[in-house]
Design a binder for this molecule. Structure first.
Ligand SMILES: C[S@@+](CC[C@H](N)C(=O)[O-])C[C@H]1O[C@@H](n2cnc3c(N)ncnc32)[C@H](O)[C@@H]1O
Length: 239
């Protein structure tokens, strides 16, 4: 099954857009992109990044996966070319979300679920183990969750897309990156649930603890395995 193709007339919705890392690169290929995220702070950064990059066709909505039916109602008869979900599906009820996306996506369009491999603190490197130790001490709990990047989650997501009526395909990319400490701290913030985030006045101390735990561990090399699970709406199917 082929992946879907976007056109210059398409709208794309990025659910769980965070700071717009996936939303913004899509913008110059389509008519408009809409980033949806429940965290106003994330959207503030996304909007700022859009300004810095000169992206004028991106809009930002405070909302969650459960607001997708409302978005469909707002759009009326207008459908979107694609819905993307970048490293965020583990926060959502994926079965309900996939069902809600069927009427929103045009025939020939689809859903792309992107996962970025093991979380920063669960990788097989000394710096990742040091990060895990530091975070476990700060949070007072063991960190074992894979944020939807494990095989069992992949199977559940594939099952949910198929059950909702999408045709499946899958692709992956591997790359090696060198992170700096700011990127590691930022990556941790974007992965933690809101109720686990340090209070604003604690954040300098939190970042300092991470710096101290990792200062002897550079370079921070990350082997990233990105997977993209694609669900396509067949062109023959009615909506
Ligand atoms: C790890 S970040 C990924 C951000 C971005 N998609 C990327 O690839 O860089 C996960 C994002 O999901 C958002 N999120 C959490 N619960 C959500 C929900 N129920 N619906 C939509 N987004 C949610 C968080 O606020 C956070 O910005």
């Amino acid at each position: 099954m082929d992946a879907f193709k976007l056109t210059r007339d398409d709208i794309v919705v990025d659910v769980g857009c965070g700071t717009g890392q996936l939303t913004l690169p899509i913008a110059d290929r389509v008519r408009a992109v809409v980033g949806v995220d429940p965290e106003p702070d994330m959207l503030l950064r996304a909007r700022r990044a859009a300004g810095e990059q000169g992206v004028a066709n991106a809009g930002w909505i405070v909302g969650a996966d459960t607001d997708i039916p409302m978005l469909g109602a707002l759009l009326g008869n207008r459908t979107v070319g694609a819905v993307t979900i970048g490293q965020a599906l583990h926060w959502m009820n994926h079965e309900e979300l996939f069902r809600a996306l069927v009427p929103l996506v045009r025939p020939g369009g689809g859903v792309a679920v992107v996962t970025n491999g093991a979380p920063l603190w669960l990788q097989d490197t000394a710096w990742s183990q040091a990060l895990r130790g530091c975070l476990e001490q700060w949070l007072g709990l063991r960190l074992t969750r894979t944020c939807g990047t494990d095989d069992a989650s992949g199977r559940r997501y594939r099952g949910g897309l198929t059950a909702a009526g999408f045709d499946l395909s899958e692709t992956s990319v591997d790359y090696v990156d060198e992170l700096d400490l700011d990127q590691i701290v930022g990556g941790v913030y974007s992965a933690l649930p809101v109720d686990r985030l340090p209070a604003p006045d604690q954040r300098p101390l939190f970042a300092e603890q991470i710096r101290r735990a990792l200062e002897q561990q550079a370079p921070f090399t990350e082997h990233v395995h990105v997977t993209m699970l694609i669900g396509r709406i067949g062109t023959g199917a009615g909506l």
